[in-house]
Design a protein around this ligand. Sequence first.
Ligand SMILES: *[C@@H]1O[C@H](CO)[C@@H](O)[C@H](O)[C@H]1NC(C)=O
Ligand SMILES: *[C@@H]1O[C@H](CO)[C@@H](O)[C@H](O)[C@H]1NC(C)=O
Ligand SMILES: *[C@@H]1O[C@H](CO)[C@@H](O)[C@H](O)[C@H]1NC(C)=O
Length: 236
Amino acid sequence: MPSIRSLIPFVGLALTALLQVTSAIPTPVISTAAGVDDCPDFPSGVATPTVPVDGASGDLPTTNLTLVAVAIGRGIQNYTCAAANSTGVAIGAIATLYDATPVAMADEATLNTLPALAVFEALPAAGAPLTVSGHTFPRIGNHFFDIAGTPTFELTALNKVLFGLKADSVTAPTGSSEGPDGTAAVAWLYLTAHTGYTSVGLTEAYRVETAGGSATACTEAGVISVQYSAQYWFYN
Ligand SMILES: *[C@@H]1O[C@H](CO)[C@@H](O)[C@H](O)[C@H]1NC(C)=O
Ligand SMILES: *[C@@H]1O[C@H](CO)[C@@H](O)[C@H](O)[C@H]1NC(C)=O
Ligand SMILES: *[C@@H]1O[C@H](CO)[C@@H](O)[C@H](O)[C@H]1NC(C)=O
């Protein structure tokens, strides 16, 4: 099987072929050589897509780093309730990340429709791809909070990991999907690498185009889980 690197010169390669090759990679691809495009899915000569901006309540800071991957996250946001009628307190998220980089490259308008659709899809079985809107997205990794509450992004398919620190947030735009639980879309975020950890191959991330995920009403003491989806953009 040809390596992804050797395919990069073939700019005309059809998107579908890229998707097939990407999902067929049996081993992690790591790009460390200076000057080599950090993202194996990016053919040269194609404009790098940019993070959506949120005109409604201000924009997140821009980045001058290199785009590594774009993922669709699909999972849950957890909250603790102290008692009935208390306000849920966020305690983290658990999500599977699916590689949407080829769609980001080819059609950002379609990319931006995906979280509002994915949030209504059942979570695929472990390891299975996510299928939304006729596109199939292979699993690229996981998002979770570690024991210290640090948002962690493991892009296992790329051998990269980001231990994040929330650096900025803006309210999701009015009209964002509320998802199946009928609560507001969680905020759009800008995360930088947590200096207390050693991230590998990733320095910044954005969470944008969110759907659902805000706390539902507390009906008793305990943990509540709320369905959500979002785009995650990773930079290095
Ligand atoms: C990139 O952005 C960082 C943080 O915003 C800044 O410190 C740095 O000087 C910038 N680098 C370049 C080359 O613009
Ligand atoms: C929670 O609020 C509802 C509606 O206001 C009320 O009927 C109920 O008694 C409250 N429960 C508690 C435990 O305060
Ligand atoms: C979040 O809630 C789910 C159940 O919906 C549970 O399996 C998981 O352990 C919870 N995670 C945290 C960090 O509370």
